[in-house]
Design a protein around this ligand. Structure first.
Ligand code: EPU
Length: 301
């Protein structure tokens, strides 16, 4: 989507950097996605004004975050993408509390806390993406889910058009799902973490890294697991048992390393990836009677 010169000027007055016709294939871990204008906010404080302006100008928008768990349509996109202000490292530690920006890199945050002798999140070390995306999805791995450590979240509540702070106890964190509304935008969070010596945390991180390296296609373009695991089951195991590793639709391919990772093995399009997802879901449904639910977020144009 191309925004008008007038809207671009108003956004720039609010401290928003505007880049036109940006390819999202370059900003997603799958390497898939069409082109649109990109708006990068420089200050968190301007979010309500920026959102109001976009509403008034009828400019549809999405926050991309780390782009690691999303499948973006091909071609000219009908909405613009937004980026939160990026701060390095985007984390501050005070006692057992970590104050984190949603735009911070999840792995960087885990490492920063570790260096301050705050542990608990070792399992999350190899999960790619931003803290905001991790909060929204309740990212997890190796027995750890980020929700367990959340004490407060500051968010832009789209329905109210305001920034609010929600206490951790008032948020539901389920398996790869939270009670946040889809339009809510995570801004900052306060986590409470157990004290642990850095060396011990590092040892835990190494174990998780090793497990991940030995079972997941880390050097290929993917969005992590495509399907959620069904209750009591394993999507990866079922797809593997159906001998679908290596199965492809165009350049979209079931990883030959982990069957619940679908990779872009060349120049895959969104259409190819969606076809692969539907094909595999259908085969699993036919043989196992299980309807697999997407773990990856599929954006519509
Ligand atoms: N398996 C196979 N073949 C495969 C893949 C897995 O037989 O191709 C079997 C494994 O041998 C194991 C079982 O399936 O017995 C489970 O596999 P794994 O330990 O790899 O875990 P997973 O359930 O497939 C989940 C998360 C991952 C997370 C790992 C480690 C989901 C959908 N996936 O995978 O998260 O990294 O556990 O904790 O919950 C993600 O969210 O994107 C993701 C990759």
């Amino acid at each position: 989507m191309r925004i008008s010169g007038k809207a671009a000027a108003q956004l720039q007055e609010l401290g928003v950097d505007v880049r036109t016709a940006v390819s999202l294939a370059e900003q997603t871990s799958l390497g898939i996605g069409g082109a649109t204008d990109e708006l990068s906010l420089r200050r968190y404080e301007t979010i309500p004004q920026v959102m109001r302006l976009l509403e008034n100008e009828h400019i549809p928008h999405r926050f991309l975050g780390g782009g690691t768990n999303v499948l973006v349509p091909d071609g000219e996109l009908s909405w613009v993408v937004l980026h939160l202000p990026a701060a390095r490292p985007g984390v501050r530690v005070e006692g057992n509390a970590a104050f984190v920006d949603a735009s911070a890199d999840l792995g960087g945050m885990v490492t920063f806390c570790a260096k301050n002798n705050l542990g608990g999140m070792e399992g999350l070390i190899g999960v790619p993406g931003s803290v905001g995306g991790a909060l929204r999805m309740n990212a997890g791995a190796y027995g750890t889910q980020i929700g367990a450590y959340v004490r407060e979240v500051e968010l832009y509540r789209a329905a109210a058009g305001e920034v609010e702070t929600v206490r951790g106890n008032d948020i539901r964190f389920d398996y790869r799902h939270t009670s946040f509304a889809p339009e809510d935008v995570m801004l900052r969070a306060k986590l409470e973490l157990p004290s642990k010596p850095y060396k011990e945390i590092l040892a835990g991180i190494r174990v998780c890294n090793e497990k991940r390296r030995s079972s997941q296609p880390l050097n290929q373009k993917s969005a992590g697991c495509i399907f959620k695991n069904p209750p009591g089951g394993s999507a990866g195991r079922m797809i593997d048992e159906l001998h679908l590793k290596g199965y492809r639709v165009g350049d979209a391919m079931v990883s030959d390393r982990h069957a619940n990772f679908f990779v872009n093995a060349g120049h895959a399009s969104c259409v190819e990836m969606l076809k692969l997802i539907d094909d595999v879901r259908e085969r699993v449904r036919r043989v196992y009677g299980v309807e697999l639910e997407n773990e990856v977020i599929v954006w519509q144009n």
